[in-house]
Design a protein around this ligand. Structure first.
Ligand code: ATP
Ligand code: ATP
Length: 601
């Protein structure tokens, strides 16, 4: 046991949120977390896992007193942060000791430029001016934002704002970093960079990290210990990373918690009678374990579920992209868009046929959100800022009446808060249907269906504002799905979701797609893209740099690296295998699913 005092020491933490009621008072929500003990020492990274709504963000907010001093709640138990009892200290008094990065980076921006933002915390802590600048520069360089230091934080892309929040935490000098999904909006290259920074910070022995994160392929190699909460907010299990993630993989899977891709793959193989023992944590360990088997059965033929309605020509450059398509439900021609004086989309041509499930991928700032929003008519640039044309189901999204447009295309924002407007979950789902004048019994039936499919029935009368991040995200996807549009455009729909919900959401998108809905989804999760998309369009610097099937685009390592992307975790594990038949297996669904006579170990 380390002899230094803990940076964070939680004993019996139990939080019940104050839920406002109609007569101006409040009632208490269900406890989450519920009686949790958790300790973080200097030099240590502790990973906090658990299904959506179990209280991970609430626990994070309790470490610097935002819960209960700002977010109303009854708190039992004790929280000692860097030796201070949080109950007796306001959040600003703890700022020198604990720095937080929230799930929603927009929640914390306060100044007018990127540089000011990073200087803000150390200035408030009365750090000498030259030291403030030194720390700010170092932090901005570490997250790759030094060149954008004069920009307004509001004009950064989603991933840009996430990097900024992290730079602020680093520059504050606080010894305890509490990071709530710090990489959720980052491109794969950015995730690697951020984890490299965190690794340097913790191995230098000066700081400790409490990390809430779903992307275990990256986090598993950084964290020292894991604490897993169950759905009721109690500690289900804890221990060293490998002991928990690998040693108790079945239990975690049953809780609906994410597992590393390599572990998931091995569990699937085990079901097919191919025993990989011990279970691997990282892609390289899966490679070694499979190579050690006497023989591998052939992988399953690629699953038919993903076959596109209209085969897309494999193409690895914009020039080779599929030609004009008469059936295109989305048609983008030579689209150029300027924002804040900068060209952010540069001559985009893109046809999406009815029934495709297209993933838009690319580095932070590549223009994915801009393209998605222009297609959905959510962003309507001025005439001088846009050239070229866009048609969705025959409509011009810049000019069409909102009512017509929302029948043609549903949009889900990167940040769900931006689109929730009513005071109840069920009203939020009913809103678009009522606006269309649907009969009330039809409205009720569709709302019930979506509540059930998205696991929101028990929260139907909750104010959308008082939901967890994952619950808000499901609600916002639900509002887009409930109107059954021709085209559904989603910006990072799985971020913040536990495994069960993310898989459910993607299965739902796949089902909608099978029913003929065209789906365009912006995603940084290459494994999910590989599993579900029928086509991948990669953007870099506002241009289409690749357009083809997932196998072609995600199999081109040089292209992926140049575009700030990385191969999916399973592809990283299989590409080094001795058995050539297995190289390039990218989808879990393509692993052997039944034992083959005379094959395997
Ligand atoms: N500000 C709030 N007011 C009232 N209830 C809240 C508030 N924030 C969260 N809750 C509720 O508290 C519980 C725990 O939420 P929390 O955000 O801590 O969960 P989480 O584990 O971080 O979930 P996710 O993975 O979905 O982000 C949930 O049931 C949620 O609905
Ligand atoms: N409101 C705005 N004003 C000016 N520039 C903006 C604005 N919003 C975005 N930009 C800029 O447009 C470019 C493309 O941003 P966009 O959000 O489309 O990228 P993205 O590929 O979706 O990135 P991310 O993966 O980080 O979400 C970025 O350089 C960004 O800084």
């Amino acid at each position: 046991m380390p002899v230094t005092p803990a940076l964070l020491d939680l004993r019996g933490l139990r939080v019940r949120h104050h839920l406002p009621d109609d007569d101006g008072g409040y009632r208490l929500g269900e406890p989450a977390p519920d009686g949790v003990d958790l300790v973080v020492h200097t030099g240590e990274t502790v990973l906090l896992l658990g299904p959506s709504g179990c209280g991970k963000s609430t626990l994070a907010l309790a470490t610097n007193g935002l819960v209960p001093h700002v977010v109303g709640a009854d708190v039992d138990g004790t929280v000692i942060t860097a030796g201070h009892d949080v109950a007796g200290h306001r959040t600003p008094e703890l700022a020198a000791d604990v720095a937080m990065v929230f799930q929603d980076p927009d929640a914390q921006v306060v100044t007018a430029t990127v540089l000011d933002e990073v200087c803000f915390a150390p200035e408030n802590l009365c750090v000498p001016a030259d030291e403030v600048l030194r720390r700010a520069e170092a932090a901005l360089r570490q997250v790759g934002l030094w060149d954008r230091r004069a920009d307004d934080p509001a004009v950064l892309s989603g991933g840009g704002r996430q990097r900024l929040a992290l730079a602020c935490a680093l520059a504050s000098g606080a010894r305890l970093l509490v990071l709530d999904e710090p990489t959720a909006n980052l491109d794969p290259a950015g995730v690697e960079e951020v984890y490299a920074v965190l690794r340097r910070l913790t191995t230098s022995g000066e700081r400790g990290v409490l990390l809430v994160e779903h992307d275990l392929d990256a986090a598993a190699s950084l964290a020292d210990r894991v604490v897993v909460l169950d759905g009721a907010g109690r500690v289900a299990t804890e221990g060293a990373v490998r002991d928990v993630l690998v040693g108790q993989a079945d239990r975690l899977a049953a809780l609906g918690v994410w597992l590393p891709t390599a572990t998931l793959a091995a569990l699937r193989l085990r079901d097919a009678g191919i025993v990989v023992d011990p279970l691997p944590l990282l892609p390289a360990e899966l490679t070694a374990a499979l190579d050690a088997l006497p023989a591998l059965p052939p992988p399953s033929p690629p699953s038919t579920a993903r076959t596109t309605c209209r085969p897309t020509a494999p193409a690895t450059s914009a020039a080779d992209a599929p030609g004009p398509d008469a059936d295109a439900v989305v048609r983008v021609r030579d689209l150029t868009v300027r924002r804040g004086g900068r060209t952010v989309l540069d001559g985009i041509d893109l046809d999406v046929a009815r029934g495709e499930l297209v993933a838009l991928v690319g580095a932070n700032g590549a223009g994915k959100t801009t393209l998605a929003q222009v297609v959905a008519g959510v962003l309507r640039p001025r005439r001088r800022d846009l050239t070229g044309s866009v048609r969705v189901a025959g409509l011009d999204p810049r000019r069409a009446a909102v009512r017509d447009l929302t029948t043609a295309v549903g949009f889900v924002f990167q940040n769900p808060e931006h689109q929730l407007v009513t005071t109840r979950v069920d009203d939020e789902l009913a809103l678009g249907l009522r606006r269309r004048g649907l009969p009330e019994d039809e409205v009720a039936a569709r709302v019930e269906d979506v509540l059930r499919r998205f696991g929101l029935t028990h929260l139907r009368d909750r104010h959308p504002f008082w939901l967890s991040g994952g619950q808000k995200r499901r609600l916002s996807v639900g509002t887009a799905v409930v109107t059954r549009p021709d085209v559904l455009v989603l910006d990072e729909p799985t971020y913040g979701q536990d495994r069960e919900r993310a898989v459910e959401l993607l299965d739902l998108l796949t089902a909608l797609h099978d029913d003929g809905t065209t789906v365009v989804v912006v995603s940084h999760d290459m494994q999910l893209v590989a599993e579900h998309a029928t086509r991948v369009v990669a953007l870099a610097d506002g241009r289409v740099v690749a357009d083809g099937t997932p196998d072609v685009v995600l199999g081109d390592d040089d292209l992926l690296h140049a575009a700030g992307l990385r191969a999916p975790a399973l592809a990283r594990a299989t590409r080094g295998l001795r058995d050539p038949a297995w190289r390039g297996v990218t989808r879990l669904a393509d692993l052997p699913s039944a034992p083959l006579v005379g094959a395997g170990a």
